[in-house]
Design a protein around this ligand. Sequence first.
Ligand SMILES: N[C@@H](CCC(=O)N[C@@H](CS)C(=O)NCC(=O)O)C(=O)O
Length: 230
Amino acid sequence: MTDYELYYWPIPFRGQFVRAVLAHAGKSWSEHDGGAIAKLKDGPPAHMPVPFMGPPLLIDKAADVALSQTPAILIYLGETLRLLPADPFSRALSLKMAADANDVLDDITLDGGRLMWTKPRWKAYVPRLAKWMSLFEETLRRRGVEAGFLFGATPGIADIVTATLWSTMGDRFPALQALLDETAPLTAALTRRVAALPALAKLAAKARHDYGEAYCGGQIEASLRKVLGM
Ligand SMILES: N[C@@H](CCC(=O)N[C@@H](CS)C(=O)NCC(=O)O)C(=O)O
């Protein structure tokens, strides 16, 4: 009997934010395979635990509630697992950072593979990816995050999401890790600190074991690997 049920593809992409928060909080969850996700997603809304277009979808069994939309799930977990700061502005800033991280994933997949990466398209995009990195960096700089975490003495949703975004990407694509190290050193350092926390390091090792090199999956990942010369 697990605490949660997660519907997400067997890849370390958007749903990895949710896995990371659950792992960090010491919660247990079970996952459904691709067939079950497709059946639910393509079935009638009346049969859905929550009306949703795309996974992740999380069911909190004890509370008997279900949510989709990654930032909504993250904020719900932040509230219920006490991983959000106390003051309203910092809470909203945590949501803003989760939404930014989710937007980066839309960007790097060209909105879920509506188009494929080509060399010219990637070349034109790299400054925007570097800009995303420098936006995280500026937030960290303004908050003076040199050794600790974004909103206090312990990691919260914003730290976990930031670290999961950049560590998963950097681990799969060394060229993008190099871009992060060069463009956003505070962010790279926070990412290393948070990703090294035992529960998150264990989750990353599990992702490597379960999903191999996979990142966002599908043809869009193949095109990303191609433009990165991999
Ligand atoms: N805005 C949604 C996007 C969800 C989404 O795009 N999910 C992808 C996987 S990363 C999917 O499989 N979508 C299928 C679809 O939209 O039909 C979120 O933040 O959760």
